[in-house]
Write a protein that binds this ligand. Structure first.
Ligand code: ADP
Ligand code: MG
Length: 281
């Protein structure tokens, strides 16, 4: 069995004028590939700090972090940005899509950032858009989409590099309960097809739908509760497992045919990928 992430005796201190904040005080956490973890805990308990470290957006004060088999605490800044761009899928509460870009272009952004252009890559983005149910909205812009649809785009974008794991920070925090449910169904399907997901949430209902709840308190792991074994749930899902990626999940999946509204003029020049936007402090 492989590992998505292994965190050993990790501490994180923020030095401020008034003193030092010990945001993480010796966290050990092992996330096997295929896991679906909810990180929970009161405000200030260290959830975002932990997610930022896992996302290589910041470095620990001490301890080691292995992503896959690589010790990222030894990596230089260039390598860290490479890891962020190629090995980690980010999903944020506020979607963080680029407003000037279409659905398809937003999904493509991490590829462009790596210099991967061309029809092979575009086809992959089409497939992902279809998989998240937006195959008929490829040329819509974020403002033309509902919150749930925007989050679907963000999820498709997070998958485009076939990451080691997806980091999701309150992915349903801005959505009504019906739409949250759809997004959680999508994440659940992705996990059943093999994707590792680590999600921060403060909602017990959301946490209950994962495989494992890790609770932080004052910068330490207070409890680590397994709800479902990894691998459990695949059998009854009845969904075909696609190789190298999630199986088709929603109704208009794999719908690459362009609807009339999709015949838009030439896309705007692609913006440089602001990789990835730093989550709210
Ligand atoms: P959570 O996401 O669980 O609410 P955080 O990880 O954001 O918790 O914060 C943990 C602790 O670290 C809090 O006391 C918070 O004020 C502090 N903290 C977080 N980020 C910073 C920062 N950039 N500078 C100083 N203190 C910070
Ligand atoms: Mg937070």
């Amino acid at each position: 069995m492989g590992w998505a992430a292994r965190i050993r005796r990790v501490t994180k201190e923020y030095v401020l004028d008034g003193g030092t904040v010990r945001a993480l005080r010796g966290v050990d956490l092992e996330v096997p590939a295929g896991d679906y973890v909810a990180v929970m805990g009161a405000s200030g308990s260290g959830k975002s700090t932990l997610l930022n470290l896992l996302g290589c957006l910041d470095r620990p004060t001490s301890g080691t972090i292995l992503l896959g088999d690589e010790d990222v605490t030894l990596a230089d800044d260039d390598r860290l940005s490479e890891i962020r761009a190629t090995h980690i899928g980010f999903v944020f509460q506020s979607y963080n899509l680029i407003p000037q870009l279409t659905v398809l272009e937003n999904i493509e952004v991490p590829l462009i950032y790596q210099g991967n252009y061309g029809s092979k890559y575009r086809k992959r983005c089409h497939e992902l858009a279809g998989m998240v149910g937006l195959g008929k909205r490829l040329n819509h812009r974020p403002t033309q989409l509902s919150g749930g649809q925007q989050q679907r785009v963000a999820i498709a974008r997070s998958l485009v590099n076939d990451p080691l794991f997806i980091l999701a920070d309150e992915p349903t925090g801005n959505l009504d309960s019906a739409t949250s449910d759809e997004i959680l169904n999508l994440l659940e399907s992705l996990n059943r097809s093999g994707k590792t997901i680590i999600m921060v949430t403060h909602e017990p209902d959301v946490g209950a739908r994962t495989r494992r709840i890790v609770r932080l308190m004052d910068g330490m792991v207070q409890s680590d509760q397994r709800l479902r074994e990894n691998g459990e749930g695949e059998a009854e899902s009845g969904e075909p497992k696609a190789e190298g990626g999630p199986s088709a999940i929603v109704d208009d999946r794999n719908s690459y045919t362009r609807s009339p509204e999709d015949t838009a003029p030439a896309p705007p020049p692609l913006l440089p990928y602001a990789c990835p936007p730093t989550p709210d402090p």
